[in-house]
Design a protein around this ligand. Structure first.
Ligand code: ATP
Length: 230
């Protein structure tokens, strides 16, 4: 489904990403882990064709991925981008329209999604009146509601308490069950180990680990222990 081949990106003297290679199939979840500055966001931006790699390429269904397929993609960027003075409903409709959906298609879905993420009853509220966590959940809804085939989430768990993290996990699992391929970055090893089929670990732009969670467990014993000691 999605394939990244030897991606590399430099910013002046800094090599932000140095040779990332992976494949992700339909219905698979991949975790991207690494410390601050490891190259996770740069990797996502290259996958999404928002940044041009200095080397390597990204294939989506066997063809070079360009921004023409954006309607099939859901992206939660690291720098969240909601409009504070707009209502939740209008916000969701606006982003869905950017992804080629009509208001008519999306409107009937909104209440269910708000309920799923426990922000029911706030449909008409302006975004700025919501807590940070609730804003995060609204942005997740804008990322998922058009049922993308590829979902890329940059630190989706950051800022969510354990109860809301569980809601997000359910949302990710549901998207997987509907056939989406999902990549997300996280500092929380629990989320990665529990949710992912495969994972990549980055350190200073280098891919120091790439495999299925099962393979990594077999190789290193408990994944968590390996990750914590690495
Ligand atoms: P974090 O968890 O802190 O968001 P990250 O793993 O997402 O980190 P990136 O944001 O991809 O890491 O950054 C990787 C490296 O590339 C860092 O050294 C960063 O300073 C550098 N970098 C990223 N974007 C740019 C840019 N536009 N110009 C210059 N350097 C950049």
């Amino acid at each position: 489904m999605l394939e990244a081949k030897s991606l590399q990106k430099n910013f002046g003297d800094v090599t932000a990403v140095d040779g990332i290679t992976f494949k992700i199939n339909k219905g698979e979840i991949m975790g991207l882990i690494g410390q601050n500055g490891a190259g996770k966001t740069t990797t996502f931006r290259m996958i999404l064709d928002l940044l041009t790699p200095d080397q390597g390429e990204v294939l989506w269904k066997g063809k070079k991925l360009t921004n023409k397929v954006f309607n099939q993609i859901g992206y939660l960027p690291e720098e969240r981008g909601l409009y504070p003075k707009v209502s939740i409903e209008d916000q969701i409709l606006y982003f869905a329209q950017l992804r080629g959906k009509s208001k008519k298609e999306i409107k009937p879905l909104i209440d269910d999604w708000l309920e799923k993420f426990d922000v029911k009853g706030k449909r008409g509220d302006k975004v700025k009146t919501l807590s940070k966590g609730n804003q995060q959940k609204v942005q997740l809804i804008t990322t998922l509601i058009h049922q993308p085939e590829l979902i890329i989430l940059d630190e989706p768990f950051s800022g969510l308490d354990p109860v809301n993290a569980e809601l997000l996990e359910s949302g990710i699992r549901e998207a997987q069950a509907n056939g989406a391929s999902i990549i997300f970055s996280s500092h929380n090893m629990n989320n990665v180990e529990e949710l992912c089929d495969s994972l990549i670990m980055l350190r200073d732009g280098n891919q120091i680990l790439n495999g299925t969670v099962k393979e990594i467990r077999e190789k290193f014993g408990r994944t968590k222990l390996f990750l914590e000691s690495s």
